[in-house]
Write a protein that binds this ligand. Sequence first.
Ligand code: PEP
Ligand code: CO
Length: 465
Amino acid sequence: MSPEPWSPESWRQREAAQAIHYADPRGLEAAVQKLRSLPPLVTSWEIERLRQALAEAERGERLVLQGGDCAETLDDCRPDQITGKLKILLQMSLVLVHGAMKPVVRVGRFAGQYAKPRSRRMETRTSALGEEVSLPSYFGDLVNRMDFSPSARTPDPAHLVTAYQHAAMSLNFIRSLSAGGFADLHHPEQWDLSFVAQAGLSPELRAEYERTAEQLSEALRFMQALGETSIDELSRVTFYTSHEGLNLHYESAQTRRVPRRDGYYDLTTHLPWIGERTRQLEGAHVEFFRGVRNPVGVKVGPTCGPDELRRLHDALNPANEAGKLVLISRMGAERVRDALPPLARAMKADGRRALWICDPMHGNTETTEGGVKTRSFDAILAEVEGAMEAHRAEGTVFGGLHFELTGEDVTECVGGAAGVTEADLTTNYASACDPRLNYRQALEMAFMVTRRLRSERASAGRAGA
Ligand code: PEP
Ligand code: CO
């Protein structure tokens, strides 16, 4: 049975989970027309280059590191925020290269991560006068604003254009930094390794991390000593962008054909993904993203069975192309060992091409007694380990990681050697949505994962000897 014809507008015939209702259709049409006329944020050749890299990751030749805010805000479009995120992603990627001995593809959850699915359409608060007030939930700066007032919470189509402009400004700065201004960040001696000195870390781990940092510095100094070209190569770092493709008005307005290539490209980002709550097989999001040439991510939680995953694969990678579909497992530390293997096995048994990466954040969210959303460092690490183990057991490729993190010193996740406790959560809880690893937790996580990658390599080496 051949599928119905696709067009950038065919999603409108389907039901969209988390659909955004704009009360002002003319305003929406004007915003969409404006977006259609603006130059793209990314290009088809960058997208194709990412697809190549993802295809290599599928073969186990690379790792993918995807990370950034849960909900990026327009206010995050500031130089310090942007450099902070690039810096932590770059540093984590170098640590991972050291463990995996493979190149790492860096994909930011930034420059457009402005739309959020919510578990409740409406949010109710009690006013100072004791009255209950219900307003639409905050769906991200692409849709409405966080303030709890009727005007802020009403979806405003003009935000589509404002968000696009902020994504463009962020990306402009990222591109300039990537083209050279980053050289200094390659030097591990300038990293904040203060977590290494924390009481929470055993002397053995501390010594090991110091050794890794020293070896990285050595390797980078060696590269620099090799000469001009390598300095140049080394100081040019590539970042790709990604965001959840929640708002299809926004995505479809920037989806077009490009000269000398087949098909349509979604030019708001290199790697859009479909969330756990919007991946209904018959829904608008799967319909829209089945038609674009971009690689597409899809979040896969523990309720997804092998048959459902097969059908998602049929829809999103019908030609079974390499580098086309990224399956982002987010099972939770408790479930990953039983929920992931049957899915990985099903894809492998059918010869279905897809890249598996692990999001250890979204299945591990808890609420403290005080009502604060948090995640524990240990649970996050346990899910990564569970995913690595599942792929090893199934003979499938563990292709990378997806984190919510920031370059700032926030207190949103508990644990790590620096010892953020539940009581600390209120000190600097800045996330507009889910809790993120802070700079030190993120770097420590990279070191932890690297230890495991190294021991996997060692055991693979022994097995092969
Ligand atoms: C997210 O990535 O912020 C998110 C909402 O994830 P999920 O779709 O996996 O719940
Ligand atoms: Co999130």
